[in-house]
Design a binder for this molecule. Sequence first.
Ligand code: PBG
Length: 324
Amino acid sequence: MLRRPRRNRKSAVIRSLVQETTLSADDFIFPLFVTDGQNQRVEIKSMPGIYRYSLDLLLEEIHQCMQLGIRTFALFPQLSESIKDTYAKESYNPDGLYLRTIRTIKEQLPATCLMTDVAMDPYSADGHDGLVRNGEILNDETLEILGKMAIAQAKAGADMVGPSDMMDGRVGYLRQVLDDEGFTQVSIMAYTAKYASAFYGPFRDALDSAPKFGDKKTYQMDPANRREALIEADLDAQEGADILMVKPALAYLDVISLLNQHYDLPIAAYNVSGEYAMIKAAARNGWLDGERAMLECLLSIKRAGAKIILSYFAKEFAQWQQKV
Ligand code: PBG
């Protein structure tokens, strides 16, 4: 035998020498949940190890993550039902929880990079991402609300906005209103291919944001579709997106790979709540080695072509890396 591929696997040193894909804490964006109050750290039942923090403890958590090398965070607010309304008005209230949180983080930990969420669902009494009229989720009418939200977030110090509602014309509209207000340096991460997925379940528990009626299939993509992701990517690129994202990650590795082949923009993937929950649940049952399953899944996302990974595993990964 002239060719023996096993030679490249014969020792740990050689294996690491020929390793094609590597992960680093720098690849990650860590999603964090903020809630009202003081001294609050409440674990999300379906996401062991992930908490909703009040602002005081959130600052400590971010500080710890920074020391582990994680510097970018995606923030989501959990609001009480009593503040939610049809128009998501709380989303641009400068004294509201979310905007206060952004301002305080940027004041106290200015080295952080903050990605903020631009969608109505955490603030909407309907639990939908857009404005609802007679049971219909409106596309264009929602834009003005999203514009106010994005500008308020940029004023509070957001480095990057993520319009996560998966509806049409978001990136172009937000780029224009941000530029008009002088925020030309605020980046946009496009939720380019976001699928109508069962894997968002635990996230909706975390925020109490499940839709009150119907589902999100008129705006999020059909899991059966791959070519359609190219249409979405074309639009987002033309509209001025800085980064293209695929969500969820693991059941859509082919879509990550497709976008990575067709576009020069950096590709991100959102390793969502249900993907995290599955591994945690199996590991808790002793059905698999949670740490190895985590590493294998994260590696697969990077190998598929994602440069950036949004993952609830970010901190655990960074802790593991410091250990080895
Ligand atoms: C909606 C939004 C979703 C997630 C973040 N923002 C999905 C949804 O509720 O439809 C899911 C993230 C996750 O599951 O980790 N704006």
